[in-house]
Design a protein around this ligand. Structure first.
Ligand SMILES: *[C@@H]1O[C@H](CO)[C@@H](O)[C@H](O)[C@H]1NC(C)=O
Ligand SMILES: *[C@@H]1O[C@H](CO)[C@@H](O)[C@H](O)[C@H]1NC(C)=O
Length: 964
């Protein structure tokens, strides 16, 4: 969901929610940099530095005598001086270096650490700079494997730290303070190279005595209380921003920092043709009817950026949960296009300065380094990779059961049906509407008959009303977010009207929240109910920028300002743990939680979607770049509302949207309450059949999706991948964000996202052979560059890259749960050398027995010169998977299709299969290729057991691979 209506419309009652949506974001509801005091100040600072050119010297310097270096950790003090060398603040510096090459630079403010400051307005807020973001975002506070034998070499004017797995070095220059990460001697990341570093130290507000004239010093106009949209932020600590410039020398492309409706390759933000005027903003908010191609903030924030050049990628992770703005400028003086220096400027409103430098050098290393810090994507329950059917709202249990029946009647597979807010009794979560959802358990039982699930929404705003036990318990126990005085629960407006917000920063609140999901406390819930956390930015209809006042107080008296971007994650984390715990120890099932708001680390517990998009071609096109950037930032379980949330998609648009959606890691259709019903069976032919095929294509490829999720869960690799991961040496591919690879499958996909298109231009970044995956004759595409591919309405352009194998399931079922025992088809796409390989991961898809070793993990290889294909166990423990292999011994590959076989193989009528001492043969049918079409063979029913070693021999041949 959904929107944030104006205060007025709420006051006028929910009936007004039925007014039809307009189609423009309300810019006035959200700040520009110029309207955000600290952003404006820091941009002005950067402008002043740039204007001063070489006469500028950054006022930050390391006190050399304070340096201490031990066990991979350097500590020192950094002094901040005013012009004329008058020191105003001592800033403790800590630099940690790890064995994987990652370095962390942390800067705090001593006076604030000591609490030696006074807050205005008698505020009870904490005096320190917020330094607990890591407790949420990082997998552990001591997550870095410190490089204990790292060396420190003293240089003139600085030190060099030598550490990491290759030749990673960190240069720390004393005056002015500057940090450079070197890889193989080349600078790849530079902090404060431009001199924009700025730590706004604490200072007292000098109230003028009566008649006193203000002295002309610094411009204080944005230091104290700030008003926006009728809300005043009391700012009890005054100005306290932290900012730093981060330059990537020679790396002209940057990705990441979701969530924005923008391109994969981030744009410049300091104006000029084709550039944005405002920085990219990270301040989780319910942006009603967001626009595409914009640096405006959206619902979630991951301050992780990846920089690329040919054969090199590096990253930075800016660990700060306060409002953050990021300017991007490409300095083309040093090189054009992908070879420019990318100069970024990170500005956060409060908190400590804490930045991780990740050396790469490849995307795979980078994803591992980032995942080691913030954790891996939880391996999802398999059902959650199926198709999800949602709308605001299925109005009754009869409605739900009818949709369920109709999906079956029209043979359209799906796994999950969703309930938006209207299922509750008067927007009181953990209840059901007594009239429309009388028998929630009966409804869930009907779904369960086809192994389907229900997802219901539970939001963090709790209706503030007498007689609602959740509300009274939360408020009586003091578990809600407090207003700025810190005594009472903060009260604001959301769906239920007057509401209070659960404060999941509080351990007590989390503990209590988990009790609400027990089957006893949430009557009508079953094992098959999973949860959707919406509105958790949090969305507050009458709050500043539709969220909470920044001077609200959370657990431990941290200001909302400090923790805002973490808020959503604290909720979905508690919800996830609640779902695990409700089944009791030892009976945990993988829980599915969808969140709208997220931060770095959210991938450990949830999936996300891109919020309230529009039924418009531009929003269809915007989704892939957004989802790709989610993967870059370590949170690849992502999707966009299929069909568009607001409005009514035309038939072509919704059809194309299903074809796209079938390639979103999270595949859900959703619609606004005002939108016409659009369940796929309601759509006329031929569209309905085309949509059914798109959904079936998703289901057939689930083994590849699941294998990709497995890799994400152990190595942090994205599920759908930007082309730069496959072709790191091909700069021409770095900015393409409408085609992508699916995991390691070799499937290169370019769904149609433009109206009226009948073909697409597919880009190939190498000279490998590619086969048209959906063409019965597997037409070949080859040659680096652009290729025209036919894409009539019924077709999603998909190529499979030579050298890969695709394991899929061809039998149509009603849900993932019903496919469990189905046999597989293996598509082998030989490369130009006549070789192919592939990997598959399989487990029960629902329990945590995989952690005990109950899974299948296998590599398949085929080398034509050897005339042999085989399956090898690559199980990584804890045991060797033998017990699980025995349990799944009946899982079979019933068909093998080999694309691009040499001519000699066309003669073969049989292949021989060996499993242990047993052997048998299987029949082969061959098709000779012609112009632009490969030879291929189909092996029928070879009875290959998926969980065991086998050999499949094509008979002796020494002939090399034929020309295509
Ligand atoms: C709230 O009240 C409902 C209905 O009486 C009850 O089933 C539920 O257990 C109560 N929840 C809590 C947390 O006390
Ligand atoms: C959820 O949050 C708690 C409290 O910070 C933390 O201990 C736990 O590890 C988190 N869960 C996951 C799966 O990240």
């Amino acid at each position: 969901m959904r929107l944030a209506p104006t205060v007025l419309s709420i006051a006028l009652s929910t009936v007004l929610l039925l007014t039809s949506p307009t189609t423009a974001v309300k810019h006035d509801n959200f700040k520009t940099c110029d309207q955000s005091g600290f952003c404006k100040r820091n941009r002005a600072y950067a402008d002043a530095v740039n204007a001063a050119e070489s006469s500028w010297s950054s006022p930050y310097a390391v006190d050399e005598s304070s340096i201490n270096f031990q066990d991979g950790v350097l500590t020192a003090n950094v002094w901040k001086a005013l012009p004329g060398d008058e020191y105003v603040a001592r800033l403790p510096l800590k630099i940690s270096v790890a064995t994987d090459g990652v370095a962390r630079v942390q800067i705090d403010e001593e006076r604030r650490q000591k609490g030696d400051v006074t807050l205005r307005h008698d505020s009870k807020a904490r005096k320190e700079r917020y330094n607990e973001a890591g407790e949420w975002a990082l997998v552990a506070n001591d997550v870095m494997k410190l490089h204990k034998d790292a060396k420190m070499v003293k240089l003139k004017g600085g030190v060099r730290l030598e550490y990491g797995f290759s030749d990673t070095q960190l240069l720390v220059q004393h005056k002015p303070f500057k940090v450079t990460l070197l890889r193989a001697g080349d600078p790849v990341v530079v902090l404060n190279g431009k001199g924009f570093m700025n730590v706004e130290h604490w200072r007292e507000k000098k109230e003028l005595a009566e008649g006193e004239e203000k002295k002309e010093e610094e411009d204080e106009s944005t230091w104290w209380d700030e008003t926006f949209g009728g809300n005043t932020d009391s700012k009890p600590r005054g100005p306290e921003a932290v900012a730093m410039d981060i330059t990537f020398p020679g790396h002209g492309i940057v990705y990441g920092i979701p969530e924005h409706a923008s391109s994969l390759s981030l744009k410049e933000t300091r104006g000029g043709e084709g550039n944005y005027k405002d920085p990219y903003r990270l301040y989780n908010a319910d942006v009603f009817e967001y626009e595409v191609d914009s640096p405006m903030t959206l619902y979630g924030a991951i301050p992780f950026m990846q920089a690329l050049k040919k054969h090199s990628t590096v990253g930075v992770f800016w660990l700060n949960a306060a409002e953050t703005w990021i300017d991007i400028v490409k300095n083309r003086k040093t090189g054009d296009g992908a070879k420019a220096d990318t100069e970024t400027h990170w500005i956060s409103e409060s908190g400590v300065l804490d930045v991780f430098l990740l050396p790469g050098p490849s995307a795979n290393f980078l994803h591992q380094q980032y995942g080691a810090l913030t954790g891996w994507t939880a391996l999802p329950a398999e059902f959650s990779l199926g198709y999800h059917q949602c709308r605001w709202n299925y109005i009754s249990s009869d409605d739900v059961k009818e949709v369920d029946r109709m999906m079956d009647k029209f043979d359209i597979p799906y796994d999950v049906i969703w309930l938006d807010i209207e299922y509750t009794d008067d927007k009181k979560y953990f209840t059901w509407d007594p009239l429309t959802f009388k028998d929630p358990v009966g409804m869930q039982n009907q779904l369960d008959a086809r192994k389907r699930k229900l997802v219901a929404i539970i939001d963090p705003h709790i209706k503030n009303v007498a007689g609602y036990n959740i509300s009274s318990q939360m408020n009586d126990k003091g578990l809600a977010v407090k207003d700025k005085h810190g005594e009472k629960s903060y009260e604001g407006w959301c769906w239920p009207g007057s509401s209070n917000w659960i404060d999941c920063f509080s351990p007590e609140a989390r503990k209590w929240w988990k009790t609400l999901f027990t089957f006893k406390n949430f009557p009508g819930s079953t094992e098959n109910l999973h949860i959707w956390n919406d509105m958790n930015e949090p969305s507050v209809f009458n709050g500043p920028e539709t969220t909470m006042p920044k001077d609200n107080l959370h657990h431990d008296n941290w200001e909302h300002r400090d923790v805002h971007n973490l808020n959503g994650m604290t909720l979905h984390n508690a919800t996830y743990e609640a779902l695990l715990e409700r089944s009791g120890p030892g009976n945990e099932r993988r829980a599915f939680v969808l969140t709208r708001s997220f931060f770095a680390g959210s991938q450990r517990t949830t999936a996300m979607w891109t919020g309230d998009n529009l039924a418009d071609w531009s929003h269809l096109a915007a989704a892939f770049p957004m989802i790709l950037n989610q993967g870059i930032a370590g949170m690849p379980f992502a999707g966009a509302d299929v069909g568009g949330f607001f409005g009514n998609p035309g038939k072509e648009l919704i059809t194309r949207w299903y074809q796209s959606g079938a390639f979103y890691p999270f595949f859900r259709a959703h619609a606004h309450i005002d939108a016409k019903r659009r369940e796929p069976y309601l759509i006329d032919e031929p569209y309905r059949s085309i949509i059914r095929s798109a959904i079936r294509l998703r289901y057939s490829l689930l083994p590849m999706w699941y294998t990709a999720f497995h890799r994400a869960s152990v190595e942090g690799t994205p599920i759908i991948r930007p082309l730069s991961m496959q072709w790191p040496g091909d700069e021409d591919s770095f900015e393409i964000d409408d085609q992508f690879f699916l995991g390691d499958s070799g499937l290169l996909v370019k769904p149609v996202v433009t109206e009226g298109a009948t073909d697409v231009k597919m880009y190939l970044g190498d000279d490998e052979v590619y086969y048209d995956y959906l063409d019965p004759e597997y037409a070949v595409f080859r040659g680096k560059g652009w290729h025209k591919m036919e894409a009539p309405l019924e077709k999603t352009p998909i190529l499979v890259r030579g050298g890969h194998m695709v394991l899929r399931r061809d039998r149509h079922r009603r849900s993932t749960g019903l496919m469990k025992h189905d046999p597989y088809t293996l598509v082998v796409a030989l490369n130009t050398e006549g070789v192919a390989g592939g990997v598959v991961y399989i487990d029960d898809g629902e329990t945590f027995d995989n952690k005990k070793g109950d899974y299948i993990y296998r590599a398949f290889t085929l080398k034509t010169v050897e005339g042999e294909m085989k399956s090898v166990n690559i199980h990584t423990g804890p045991n060797d998977g033998a017990a699980y292999a025995e349990k799944t011994k009946d899982l079979r590959i019933e068909k093998v299709i080999v694309l691009g076989v040499p001519d000699a193989w066309l003669e073969k009528k049989v292949v021989s299969v060996a499993v242990g001492a047993e052997t048998w043969t299987a029949e082969v049918s061959a098709t000779k290729g012609g112009k632009g079409k490969p030879n291929f063979v189909v092996i029928r029913d070879p009875k290959l057991p998926v969980s065991k070693d086998w050999n499949l021999r094509f008979g002796e041949t020494s002939e090399s691979h034929g020309e295509l």
